[in-house]
Write a protein that binds this ligand. Structure first.
Ligand SMILES: Cc1cc2nc3c(=O)[nH]c(=O)nc-3n(C[C@H](O)[C@H](O)[C@H](O)COP(=O)(O)O)c2cc1C
Length: 333
């Protein structure tokens, strides 16, 4: 998949994940074959109002390129101003310029939707198109949009909506095959993604329920999409990108052993501590660590212990003990 000048050889993308796809997680996913990365969603209004903490969400290293910064909001002028500052590198000293700006038109959370943001924009195609046009005028880098199938089952409008966004200048559309009303329940409807693909000329990325290489192959096969975006399936399992890549080229894939999983979880923890203060990194790391160990014997008890850890050393201890309890050499195995 090519998004203008951005080459994504096998179309393997990491989805934006608020509270999850931070620098540490992106680096881990990149190391396992994610070819295109996206930031957590960033408020366009917060950037325009000069919120002090927001620019940190836009920080990334050269080894994370190509990556997109995702903006959410409801006002074209805020989107344009925020995107311009990000794409010109004037948001904060030292911040890099991303490969693309992505626009969030899929977030289902009530707090966001009630402000007319995220998936609420799917009910206002004119405003959504105005936002894309405003951002396109403000920046020289590609502008992409992430949408859902529609707002609810009575308004599954992704194909027409995507066509409006394409006319407004969108350079790639990612479709999560669920409606806003579904939140994360039910199954992603691949037929809607296929209908979007048939309707627009720009690349289309398929998203929803990719938890294995087989799911990704099915997404490619049933929708004709140009790329796949993995979200929950990468949490605790960044190897999914290698697994998909191997399947696409007919190579065998060997899943990681339990000690390799723990080693990677510990590397992830270290990266979090390198990029955030301990008081923030440790609570955030709990959910990641719990995901890595979810298929281990004794995972529930270890999760309970992880939830009380306040320091890196304690967390390491819990994980190393669990690794040794689960080691392939133990008699129960
Ligand atoms: C914890 C969490 C945070 C998310 N944050 C974002 C976000 O910031 N921006 C966005 O466009 N989608 C966000 N999503 C939606 C995902 O990118 C993706 O569309 C959805 O999870 C479906 O893909 P999956 O089945 O591979 O998980 C989030 C999803 C989860 C579970």
């Amino acid at each position: 998949m090519n998004i203008k000048n951005i080459e994504i050889p096998h179309g393997l993308c990491l989805a934006p994940l608020a509270g999850v796809s931070d620098r540490a997680f992106r680096k881990i996913c990149r190391a396992h074959g994610a070819e295109y990365l996206c930031s957590e969603m960033v408020s366009a209004a917060a950037i325009c109002y000069g919120d002090k903490k927001t620019p940190r969400l836009c920080a990334f290293d050269e080894d994370e390129m190509p990556m997109a910064i995702q903006l959410f909001g409801a006002r074209p002028a805020f989107f344009a101003e925020a995107a311009k500052r990000i794409a010109e590198g004037t948001l904060e000293a030292g911040l890099r310029i991303p490969a693309a700006i992505d626009i969030n038109m899929g977030c289902p959370v009530r707090k966001i939707v009630s402000c007319g943001e995220g998936s609420a924009l799917m009910r206002d195609p004119q405003l959504a198109a105005d936002i894309v046009r405003a951002v396109k005028e403000a920046v020289d880098i590609p502008v992409t949009v992430k949408i859902r199938a529609g707002f609810d089952e009575n308004s599954v409008n992704a194909p027409e909506f995507a066509a409006r966004l394409e006319d407004a200048g969108a350079d790639m559309i990612c479709v999560h095959g669920r409606t806003r009303a579904q939140m994360y329940s039910g199954r992603a409807d691949l037929s809607v993604i296929a209908a979007v693909k048939a309707r627009v000329r720009v690349p289309v990325c398929g998203n929803g329920d990719i938890f294995s290489a087989a799911d990704a192959l099915r997404m490619f096969r049933e929708t004709g999409c140009d790329g796949v975006m993995v979200a929950r399936g990468a949490m605790g399992n960044p190897w999914i990108f290698e697994e998909i890549s191997a399947a696409l080229s007919g190579r065998p894939f060997t899943p990681p052993k339990k000690d390799e999983i723990v080693a990677e979880a510990l590397r992830h923890l270290s990266l979090m501590l390198e990029t955030k203060p301990q008081a923030i990194a440790i609570p955030e790391a709990r959910k990641h660590m719990a995901q890595y160990i979810r298929n281990f014997r004794g995972a529930a008890a270890a999760r309970g212990r992880l939830n009380t850890c306040e320091r890196e050393a304690e967390m390491r201890q819990v994980l190393l003990e669990l690794a040794s309890e689960n080691s392939e050499a133990t008699p129960e195995n």
